[in-house]
Design a protein around this ligand. Sequence first.
Ligand SMILES: Nc1ncnc2c1ncn2[C@@H]1O[C@H](COP(=O)(O)OP(=O)(O)OP(=O)(O)O)[C@@H](O)[C@H]1O
Ligand SMILES: [Mg+2]
Length: 357
Amino acid sequence: MKPTTRDNRILEGMSTAVLVFNRALQLAYLNPAGEMLLDISVRQARAQGVQDLFPGAHDLEERLRHALGSNHPYTEHELHLQLPSGREIIVDCIVTLLFDPVSGNEVLVEFTQMDRHLRLAREENLLEQYQAARQLVRGLAHEIKNPLGGLRGAAQLLERELANEELKEYTRIIIGEADRLRNLVNRMLGPNQLPKARPCNIHQIVEHVRNLVAAEEHDELLLVRDYDPSIPDFTADPEQLIQALLNIVRNAAQALQGKGQIILRTRTMRNVTLGQKRHKLVARVDVIDNGPGIPAEMLETIFYPMVTGRAEGTGLGLSIAQSLVNVHGGLIECSSRPGHTEFTILLPLEPLDDHGR
Ligand SMILES: Nc1ncnc2c1ncn2[C@@H]1O[C@H](COP(=O)(O)OP(=O)(O)OP(=O)(O)O)[C@@H](O)[C@H]1O
Ligand SMILES: [Mg+2]
């Protein structure tokens, strides 16, 4: 039976990856969520064998062969599969026999990705905590800002009254330190403007940041582009997104101490839930560096304000980036091991007003 357009629409709209293998265990069908999960197009994947798609997955191949000969659906939780690129995915898997008197039996495989799912759910909880922590820091910054203005003003008045040049040295120190503190407090307060939304293109934003960092760093830092040019334009505040991405890329450059590789990768994802809202299409920007990584005990807290692993850091960069992306209805995730640190910005590709924030 040929799928109706409605069947098609259902398969295309599903967030579960659906794969169908024929009797020879070659791929006969893959839905868009499957393309996304396997990072492969239908055209590339068609007629590939189980081992081509998942190198080393002998158990899975055996199970599918068994499923072809029996009528028992089969389920497996937290199955670890390797993709040809070397990336590992963790999925829940349901295998069912598809009986077809004309073309012979086929097997239907449904994969639900576990790692991203779990991570996103966890990040959602964390997000509320970050917001509470940011609120606290903002409140504190606000309290410091007013008396600081008074302090600086009084030191200036005093300076004018002082006849002795040597004593003026002290008032200059007060004024200089007050200015330093004011800069910090302004950063602690973070972005105080609502996004000014206008149509923009994700690659203009990424290229802008790439140029800025390339100009700051020296020859031994490689900034690699891996763009999906088909990402549609969307409505956002490009200045704010540039700031968010810049904070992430600068951190990567700092972690590499100017020597290593940063990959800037753009992709789209379908049917992603961010916050409470499900989005049909989401832009994903990955910033991947091959630096030393983030220590495991720090990884959980890096989006909190004032958390830093650098002597000269204020620990505000990531917390500001997270809130800038949040006001765009998006989310930043992070995973890290030595040699591979990946920050992912997820941004809904819908007008800003639709985010209900
Ligand atoms: N790509 C990375 N590799 C290794 N560690 C990182 C990376 N990105 C962030 N970190 C760690 O996370 C910490 C927090 O980063 P964040 O940008 O919030 O603050 P900061 O860089 O210390 O200070 P600021 O950005 O305010 O100047 C960093 O100090 C660093 O220890
Ligand atoms: Mg930083």
